[in-house]
Design a protein around this ligand. Structure first.
Ligand code: HPA
Length: 235
C-alpha cells in the first residue's frame, strides 16, 4: 500500500485527514490536539500523523504549497488509503474588506487560474465547491464559539507572485474574499473522486491594505481554525 510519496501501512490513516501546507504545522497539530499521535509517514519530510480526537480516529498530513503538490498527497490519501474527508487548514490573503485579518474563512466555492480542473473536466468550467455538510458543521461550530467567520468564494492561484497587478481588484469586484493556492484543486479532486472536502482558512494578510496579523494571531488564528474543525467534525 505505500505509494511513491507516502510510506504508511494500509490502515495508517483515519477517514478524516486535516491537510495543512506545512509538515511542521502537521506535527504541531498532532502533538497539540491529538491523543496518542503516531507519525505514519515522512517521505520528503512531508509528515503525516494519526491519533484520536474526542475518542475518534483522525489524521493530519502536510501537503506542501500549491495545487500540484497538494494533489499528489490528497489523491494518494483518497485512492490508496480510503480517506473520505479532507479538510485543508491554512492561511490566506484577504482581497475584500469583508474578510478581516484573523477572521476564519470557509470557502464555499473556488475560482482559479490553474488548469487542473479543466484537465479533469474535459475543458468544461467546473464550479469547484466543497461539501455543504462539512461547511455547515464547521460554520455552526465557529458561530457557537463566537469566532468571527466568513463564508464565500476563494481564488486559488498558481502564482504567489501575481503576474497581473489588477488581479486583486478584479477578485474583489467579483465578490471573492480570499486568495490562496490549493482549495480549487482539492474541491475538483473531491468532485471527481466523490469524497468530502472543505478549505478552512485564516486571513493573515490583506492584499488591499498590505497589513498582516500580529505574530500572536498568526499562531492563535490557525489554532482556532483547527479546534473548531475538529470539534465540528469529531466532537
Ligand atoms: N497569495 C496566495 N496565497 C496566499 C497568500 C497570498 O497573498 N497569503 C496566504 N496564502
Amino acid at each position: 500500500m505505500p505509494t511513491p510519496h507516502i510510506e504508511a501501512g494500509p490502515d495508517a490513516f483515519a477517514e478524516l485527514v486535516l491537510l495543512p501546507g506545512d509538515p511542521l504545522r502537521a506535527q504541531e497539530i498532532a502533538e497539540g490536539f491529538f491523543t496518542d499521535p503516531v507519525r505514519v509517514t515522512a517521505v520528503r519530510n512531508m509528515y503525516g500523523f494519526t491519533g484520536t480526537f474526542a475518542g475518534k480516529p483522525v489524521s493530519v498530513m502536510g501537503s506542501g504549497m500549491g495545487i500540484p503538490s497538494m494533489l499528489i498527497y490528497a489523491t494518494e490519501l483518497v485512492r490508496e488509503y480510503g480517506v473520505q474527508r479532507i479538510v485543508r487548514v491554512g492561511t490566506c490573503g484577504s482581497v475584500s474588506p469583508r474578510l478581516r485579518l484573523g477572521d476564519l474563512f470557509l470557502a464555499s466555492g473556488a475560482g482559479t487560474d490553474s488548469s487542473v480542473n479543466r484537465i479533469r473536466f474535459k475543458g468544461y468550467d467546473l464550479g469547484a465547491t466543497p461539501s455543504f455538510d462539512l461547511l455547515n458543521r464547521v460554520y455552526q461550530k465557529a458561530v457557537e464559539h463566537e469566532l468571527p467567520v466568513q463564508v464565500g468564494p476563494v481564488f486559488s492561484t498558481d502564482l504567489f507572485y501575481a503576474a497581473d497587478p489588477e488581479q486583486v481588484s478584479l477578485l474583489e469586484q467579483f465578490g471573492f474574499l480570499g486568495i490562496e493556492m490549493e482549495a480549487a484543486g482539492l474541491y475538483g479532486l473531491a468532485m471527481q473522486e466523490g469524497f468530502e472536502a472543505l478549505a478552512v482558512m485564516v486571513a493573515t494578510d490583506s492584499l488591499l491594505t498590505h497589513e498582516s496579523v500580529s505574530p500572536e494571531m498568526r499562531q492563535s488564528g490557525p489554532r482556532n481554525a483547527i479546534q473548531v474543525a475538529l470539534e465540528a467534525l469529531l466532537g
